[in-house]
Every structure is written in structure tokens, then in C-alpha cells.
Design a protein around this ligand. Structure first.
Ligand SMILES: *[C@@H]1O[C@H](CO)[C@@H](O)[C@H](O)[C@H]1NC(C)=O
Length: 288
């Protein structure tokens, strides 16, 4: 009787240890927040993000709450990312999965300013080389935040912290797609991105949009939409950018990027105040 009880307790303990080890970035205190600034939109640890155009970021922004109403200011430095999956955590430059060539650099993952978000920083990466992109899907990435400012309510630096502790990190799970078409713009207006591919191709809209709504407080300062293909068919694709709704008739800047296997193959920028669902940008491309 006691023996079997201990056996069960033992099994339960093993199971929960295992479950804990599985949580991506369990100790990390930094999180990702959505651009509307609402605390309710704090993403859970290890939230899954789509890897996008290299040297850019369109993730939610890095955030952390501190006592006394203080918050995170500028992050001054980050460390080498620790990557894990169906293998134990390893520094990304030491990671040697079979077939990977070339190995990753220490600085592959880092923080990058998010376009149109006034210096807020999100998760980004440099351009993949060789077959690196083939290894990046569904991995846990823990990025150490090694030097950062804590600011008070008026944005003044209260303290600068340097740390290599296990809590000073942010963790995400990665998602990689062979075709990523991403649009982002500089106001709370609503834009619409649509992509039509060759017959048989199936597109997905990314669900981390912050869609603009006029006059809703807190104001969403910038928007984004993304269309991806996980099994792209060969042929012609057509991309349409519509200025769906203009809140104040003011000019909004927009940037469209086409990313194929982690490499930006097309960037278009525009300015529009038209609203009313007008097409403000159109591009054709061929895959592969
Ligand atoms: C929009 O673009 C114009 C001209 O390129 C620039 O002067 C302006 O600062 C930009 N505004 C925003 C909010 O990005």
C-alpha cells in the first residue's frame, strides 16, 4: 500500500518536473506587451511569435513592471540566446543539430526597434545563412536582458541595471514560414493586406494583429497585418494594400515587406491619407 503510494507520488513528481522543464523561459521576468499599452495584453512566457524580416521587429514589445509604478526603459544590451526544443538548452552559437550549416552566430537573436513604435523594442534576428532557417521552427528561445533602464512614471531613468541573473530574460517560441508578407503602418487607421496566390495555395492571416480603431483609448499607435503561406505553390502571387479606414484624414506611412525563407526580397513604402478602402499599393511576385 505505502509502496504503491510512494510510487504514485514519485511518478507525479517526475511528471511535474518534466512539465516544468518543458515551459519555455520559466524563470524569465520580461514579457511581451501589445502596442495598445493595456496590461491585460501581457503575453504569457514563451508566447509563440512568427519570425519575420531580418533586422526588423514586428513582435509585441518588450515590457516588465517594477514596484512603485516604474517600468522598463531602454534595454542597452542583451546576451547570447539559449535555444531548446526536443533537446536540452544550449547557447545558440554552440548548437550543432545534424546538417546545420553554417552554425549560428552568438548575436543571431536580439532586440530591434519596432517600426513606427517610437523606440519600443521587440524580438528580432539577423538574416539566416545557408540552411539555418530550416532549423528555427518551434524552438524555445531565451534571450538574456543584460543591461536595462528602469524608468519612473515620467519616463526619467530611475536606475540602470546590469545583470546575468536567470530572471533577466525574455522567452519566445518561434514560428517560421516560407513566405511572409507583412504590412505595418504609423497610425491607428485600419489598413488591409490581401494576397492571392496560384490555385491550390492556401494563405493564413497572422493572429497577432493590433487593428486600429479610431479614438479608442489607449490609442493604438501603429498597426500591422501579416499573411503567410506554409506550403507555397509555385507561380504568381498578387499583393494588395488597402487603406481601409482613415480616422482623421492625416497621412499615414506604411511599409510592406515580402520575406521568402527568412530573406527580405521586396520592400515598399508609401504614404496615404485616403481611407475609404482605396488600394494604395499593389505588387506581383513569383515563387520560388
Ligand atoms: C512619415 O514619413 C515622413 C516622410 O518620409 C516622415 O517625415 C515622418 O516623420 C514619418 N512619420 C512617421 C510617424 O513615421
Amino acid at each position: 500500500m505505502f509502496k504503491s503510494l510512494f510510487l504514485i507520488l514519485g511518478l507525479l513528481a517526475t511528471f511535474s518536473l518534466h512539465a516544468t522543464a518543458q515551459q519555455c523561459g520559466r524563470t524569465c521576468k520580461f514579457r511581451l506587451c501589445r502596442a495598445d499599452g493595456s496590461d491585460f495584453n501581457l503575453r504569457p512566457k514563451g508566447t509563440r511569435i512568427l519570425l519575420r524580416a531580418p533586422k526588423t521587429s514586428l513582435s509585441a514589445y518588450l515590457c516588465r513592471k517594477f514596484p512603485g509604478g516604474r517600468s522598463l526603459g531602454r534595454v542597452r544590451s542583451t546576451g547570447e540566446a539559449i535555444i531548446s526544443g526536443k533537446f536540452p538548452p544550449v547557447a545558440i552559437s554552440k548548437w550543432r543539430p545534424a546538417g546545420l550549416s553554417p552554425k549560428f552566430s552568438k548575436r543571431y537573436f536580439k532586440l530591434i526597434n519596432i517600426l513606427y513604435l517610437g523606440g519600443l523594442q521587440g524580438i528580432g534576428r539577423i538574416q539566416p545563412k545557408g540552411n539555418q532557417e530550416d532549423f528555427l521552427d518551434d524552438k524555445c528561445v531565451v534571450l538574456p536582458i543584460t543591461t536595462y533602464d528602469i524608468v519612473d512614471g515620467s519616463g526619467k531613468v530611475f536606475r540602470t541595471i546590469s545583470s546575468t541573473g536567470p530572471k533577466d530574460c525574455v522567452a519566445v517560441k518561434t514560428r517560421v514560414q516560407p513566405i511572409v508578407v507583412e504590412l505595418t503602418w504609423s497610425s491607428e487607421d485600419d489598413f488591409d493586406l490581401s494576397v492571392t496566390g496560384p490555385s491550390g495555395s492556401k494563405s493564413f492571416s497572422n493572429n497577432d494583429n493590433v487593428v486600429g480603431q479610431c479614438g479608442v483609448v489607449p490609442v493604438v499607435p501603429a498597426g500591422k497585418e501579416t499573411v503567410t503561406y506554409d506550403d507555397p505553390k509555385n507561380g504568381k502571387y498578387n499583393v494588395n494594400v488597402k487603406h481601409f479606414n482613415s480616422c482623421k484624414g492625416e497621412k499615414t506611412n506604411w511599409t510592406l515587406r515580402l520575406v521568402v525563407n527568412g530573406v527580405t526580397v521586396l520592400t515598399r513604402k508609401g504614404r496615404s491619407s485616403s481611407g475609404g478602402g482605396r488600394v494604395v499599393g499593389e505588387e506581383d511576385f513569383f515563387y520560388p
